[in-house]
Write a protein of this length. Sequence first.
Length: 304
Amino acid sequence: MAAKDSNCAIGKNLFMIIMTVLGLFSATIFLNIFWIKIVIIILIAIISISWLVSHGLLRRTLKYTLLAVVIFSLSFSALEHYAVWHAEYPPTFGVSQSGVTISYPYILDVSLIEAAQSVKNTLTFRLFMLEHPGETIIEHITLDTVDYMGGRIEFILAQQSSSGFFNAMGRGSVSFSASNGEAYYVYDVPVLSLDDDTFPVPQMPLQQQTSNNALRQIDNLGLQWYYDRAIEVYQNKTGIIPEITELNISFSRYGSFGFDGMTYEGPVLAILGSDAHNNSPFGRSVFFASFQPDGTLNFINILK
C-alpha cells in the first residue's frame, strides 16, 4: 500500500513537472518579448518553486494555481498562433476573384485610410496591441498587382510603447501581408538601424498625426490622381502613352530625396508602373514616380 501511494505521488509530481515545462515552453514561443510572457514566466517560476517546498493545504492550493497558469499559457499561445495564421481577409477591391487579392485597375480605387483601418479592426491586431501597449504607427503600405502572386497587400505597423517599462523593452514592428486571395499572414519585422550597412533605416520619431495626415492627403487626391499625374509626366518626357498592366503602389512614413536643388524628408507615395508584355533586359518596369502626399512630384524615372 505504501509503495502504491509512493508511486502515485511520484506520478503526480512528474505530471506537475511536465506541465510546468510545457507552460514555460509555450511562453517562450510567443511572437516577441512582452509583458504577458514575462508575467507568465515569473508566475510559473515562483509558484513551482513554492510548490516544491510547501506542504499540506498550501501545496495543494499552489498545485492548482500552477495548473491554472500553465493552462492559460498554453491557451494564449494557441490563440496567438491561430491569430497569426488565420488573420482576417483584406477588403475586396473591385470585382471579387478567386485567388486574387488585388488587381489592376481596381488598385487605383483603394482608400489607404480605410484599408489600414480594416487591419486595425482585426482580432490579430487587437491581440498585438494587448501584448504591446502603446502607440502604433503606419510605417509602410504596399499594394502590388503582380500576377504571379495574385496581387499583394502589406501593412507594416511600427509600435513604440508609451510607458517607461515597456519602452525599455524596445520598439517593435509587425507586418500584415496577404496575397493570392488568402487571409493576412502576420509576422514580426526586424527593426534595423543606421548601423546596418545593408539597409539603413532613418530613425525618424514615431508620429501618429504625421502618418494620418499624409494618408488623409493621399486619399483626398486619390491614387488615380497620382497615377494620372505620373502618366502625364511620362507622356511629356517621351511623347508616348505607356502601356501599363501592373502597378506597385507604396506609402512610406519617411523618405529622403534630393531633387532640383532641394531636399525633401517626410512621407512618400511611390508608384512603379510595369508592362507584363515587356520582355526587355530591364524587366517589365516602365516608370517609377515618387510623390509627396500633397501631390508634389519628387521625381520620375523613365525605365522604358
